[in-house]
Design a protein around this ligand. Structure first.
Ligand code: AMP
Length: 114
């Protein structure tokens, strides 16, 4: 299978505004932001969808959430609030098949989402 778009961003083969990095996770700004802050947190290990997760990925998924929370604290909007979302497959509108946690912040977010 060819490398995912996000793998190519992680490898710096495609430009992106990378705002967070650690050993396991890379965060970069969404190209089509849905809020003043919209960052995607992506594991360096490519996994297509949440349906492909196994027990062995439990720590990695936790690291995505921890990365988003650390970024929110670092950028100063943690107390005000933010939303995190994983889209899985067609009904959720997943368009890039390399799991990613959306972090949205900087405005009042409606609920339920569309
Ligand atoms: P999803 O619909 O949950 O799969 O989310 C994929 C997200 O990736 C969308 O919000 C897109 O706007 C975003 N996206 C697509 N291409 C790029 C890119 N080259 N750089 C940054 N974000 C992107």
């Amino acid at each position: 299978m060819s490398d995912s778009l996000f793998t190519r961003i992680i490898r710096r083969e495609i430009p992106a505004d990378i705002v967070y990095e650690d050993e396991h996770v890379v965060g970069f700004r969404d190209i089509n932001p849905q809020a003043p802050v919209h960052v995607l947190f992506v594991p360096r290990t490519p996994i297509a969808t949440l349906n492909d997760l196994g027990e062995e990925h439990a720590e990695l998924v936790g690291r995505l959430v921890l990365a988003a929370a650390a970024y929110a604290r670092r950028e100063g909007f943690a107390e005000r609030g933010y939303r995190t979302v994983f889209n899985c497959n067609e009904d959720a509108g997943q368009s890039v098949f390399h799991i990613h946690l959306h972090l949205l912040a900087g405005r009042r977010l409606g609920w339920p989402p569309g």
